[in-house]
Design a protein around this ligand. Structure first.
Ligand code: 13P
Ligand code: SF4
Length: 310
C-alpha cells in the first residue's frame, strides 16, 4: 500500500515537465508514486519503443542506468535525464565489453544476443539485443547454423534455449533480486493459494519449477497483459514487487500474492519524487553515450526493434 504523494510536489513536477517539454517514462518496478505521475509505465521493450517515438525534447527516465542509456542511444537528439546516477543494475554489471570481446574470440562467427540489461559498451559488441518479452523471437530470427552467445542473464538464456531448442551459450550472470526467488518459495505459495494462477519473470532463479508450474513465463509487460485478459481473480507473482502497484491499479477486483515479499530492487527504488523534481529543475543527470559506441549499440537495438512483436 503506498501513501498519496504530497500534491505540491506532484504539481511542481507536472508544471516543470510542461515548461521543459519533458515526458516521464517509468519502469514497472518504480515506486507507486513515480508510476502514478509517469506519462508511460512499462517494461524494458515498451519503454524503448516509447522513447524512440516520443516528440518531447526531454525524457526523464525513471528506471535504471542501462534503460536511460538505451533511450539516449535511440534518441540522440533528446536530453535524457536519470534522476539518480547511482541507479544501476546488478545484472548489467556482470559483463563488461572487454570480457565479451574475449568470450567472442573462442567461437567462429558467433551471433551475440545481449539482453537490454547491459551497458552501451556491451551492446556495441553485440549483434542484436533482446528483452525478456522478445528474447525467444530474437533467437528464432538468427540463422540456425550460427552459434548464439547470450549475455548476461543465464536464466533468461536457459529459458530461450529450452523454448527454441537452439544451442545457446550462456554467460553466467544473474540479477540479485530474481536469483533469490527459488522453487521452494513457489511451491509453498502454490500450496497456500491452490486456485491462483502463477506468472513468473524469466530472470528468476527457479526456472525448472517455474516451467513446471507457471501459467505464464513473461516480462513485466507480459504479466500486465496476461492478468488483464485472464478470467482468474487470484495471481501468484514471481518478480520484483513494484509490479504489484500497476497490477493492482489496473485490476482492482483481483488479488495478487508476491512469491517473495522482499524481492525489491534497491536500484529501482532510488528514484523518488524529490529526485524527479530536482532532475527537472537542474536538468540532470544527463545520460550520454560516446558517438562511436552509440552508433554500434544502436545497430543491435534497431535489429531487435525490427523483430516483429507477437
Ligand atoms: P522487463 O523488461 O520484464 O520489465 O524486465 C526488466 C528488468 O530489469 C527485470 O529485472
Ligand atoms: Fe537489474 Fe535486477 Fe534491478 Fe532488474 S531487478 S534492474 S535486473 S538489478
Amino acid at each position: 500500500m503506498t501513501t498519496a504523494a504530497p500534491t505540491s510536489l506532484v504539481d511542481d513536477i507536472l508544471r516543470l515537465k510542461k515548461d521543459r517539454d519533458a515526458v516521464i517514462l517509468a519502469h514497472n518496478y518504480q515506486i507507486g508514486e513515480i508510476q502514478d505521475i509517469a506519462d508511460f509505465v512499462g517494461d524494458s521493450l515498451a519503454l524503448s519503443r516509447q522513447a524512440a517515438k516520443t516528440s518531447a525534447k526531454v525524457i526523464v527516465f525513471c528506471g535504471v542506468h542501462f534503460m536511460a542509456e538505451t533511450a539516449a542511444i535511440l534518441c540522440p537528439d533528446k536530453t535524457v535525464l536519470l534522476p539518480d546516477l547511482e541507479a544501476g543494475c546488478s545484472l548489467a554489471s556482470t559483463v563488461t565489453a572487454e570480457q565479451l570481446r574475449v568470450w567472442k574470440r573462442s567461437f567462429r562467427n558467433p551471433v551475440v544476443v545481449s539482453y537490454v540489461n547491459t551497458s552501451a559498451a556491451v551492446k556495441a559488441e553485440s549483434d542484436i539485443c533482446c528483452t525478456s518479452s522478445n528474447a525467444v523471437q530474437v533467437v528464432r530470427s538468427i540463422p540456425p547454423d550460427k552459434d548464439v552467445l547470450f549475455v548476461p542473464d543465464m536464466y533468461l538464456g536457459e529459458f530461450v534455449r529450452i523454448k527454441t531448442g537452439r544451442t545457446v551459450h550462456l554467460w553466467p550472470g544473474s540479477c540479485h533480486v530474481h536469483f533469490r526467488i527459488r522453487g521452494k518459495d513457489i511451491e509453498d505459495m502454490k500450496q497456500a493459494h491452490p486456485g491462483a494462477e502463477f506468472v513468473v519473470h524469466p530472470e528468476c532463479g527457479c526456472l525448472s519449477t517455474a516451467l513446471k508450474l507457471a501459467n505464464k513465463v513473461t516480462s513485466t509487460g507480459g504479466m500486465m497483459t496476461y492478468v488483464r485478459n485472464s478470467p482468474s481473480n487470484e495471481f501468484i507473482v514471481a518478480t520484483e514487487t513494484g509490479i504489484l502497484h500497476s497490477l493492482q491499479k489496473e485490476n482492482p477486483g483481483k488479488t495478487f500474492y508476491p512469491v517473495v515479499r522482499t524481492a525489491l530492487c534497491e536500484f529501482m527504488k532510488m528514484i523518488t519524487l524529490e529526485k524527479v523534481l530536482w532532475s527537472l529543475e537542474d536538468m540532470k543527470h544527463r545520460i550520454t553515450v560516446p558517438p562511436e559506441t552509440s552508433a554500434r549499440a544502436k545497430q543491435a537495438l534497431d535489429q531487435m526493434l525490427s523483430v516483429p512483436e507477437t
